[in-house]
Design a protein. Structure first.
Length: 217
């Protein structure tokens, strides 16, 4: 059997940067790591409408920098920057549950990056397919449209894998769809990857997407 390696983790530290950038001693490490997980999960859920792709966190002695990558930055910023202030308050509420971070003396700096090519983001593509499956749209139609949009955006290739009780089948199965070239074992190639579960009436269907990006997003 072939060994399945997450393309993002495989390239982290080589061609892809770390999503969390900070240093800590052994006693605080687990608490700060849990904070990062809570912040990232909360923002990914809250900013779904804005087309969020990822969250990066940088920690300094007296400040924390949170970089949010979205396809619709206007939704996050809001009118006159009101959305940024509300998001900062939302982050403060999460940090208040922490045992080590003192929110009163911490400066929160929130940055919003625009994703120039949403069609080349594996997370957005997987999210769209998962949403279609939950709406009971035929999986082949959804996958075919997704692959066409990605290839029209000048991607090198795309691979999609669905696993579970697809279309409400009695027995779960795995279906694979592939177009173009996706060299997952070549470290110098830019491979974006995401996996999202789709909750259908008959159970979960896993959606995995690999995109070979020739150009930067």
């Amino acid at each position: 059997m072939g060994q399945k390696v997450n393309p993002i983790g495989f390239r982290t530290g080589r061609t892809i940067g770390w999503k969390s950038r900070w240093f800590s001693n052994n006693n605080l490490y687990k608490h700060l790591l849990l904070e990062d997980i809570k912040i990232r999960e909360a923002l990914m859920k809250k900013l779904t409408v804005a087309g969020i792709v990822g969250v990066e966190i940088e920690r300094l002695p007296k400040s924390i920098v949170i970089i949010v990558s979205v396809s619709r930055p206007g939704v996050v910023i809001g009118r006159g920057g009101s959305g940024i202030e509300e998001l900062k308050k939302f982050i403060v509420e999460i940090l208040k549950t922490s045992k080590v971070t003192k929110v009163e003396s911490l400066k929160i700096d929130l940055k919003v990056n625009e994703v120039k090519s949403p069609e080349l983001s594996a997370y957005l593509v997987a999210e769209r397919i998962a949403s279609d499956l939950e709406k009971r749209i035929p999986h082949r139609r959804s996958v075919t449209k997704a692959m066409e949009r990605v290839m029209m955006a000048r991607a090198g290739g795309i691979k999609i894998v669905l696993g579970g009780r697809i279309n409400g089948a009695e027995i779960s199965r795995v279906e694979k769809f592939h177009q173009g070239s996706v060299p997952t074992q070549t470290l110098r190639e830019d491979i974006d990857y995401a996996e999202i579960p789709a909750l259908t009436k008959r159970g979960y269907v896993g959606v995995k997407v690999w995109i070979h990006r020739k150009e930067e997003v």
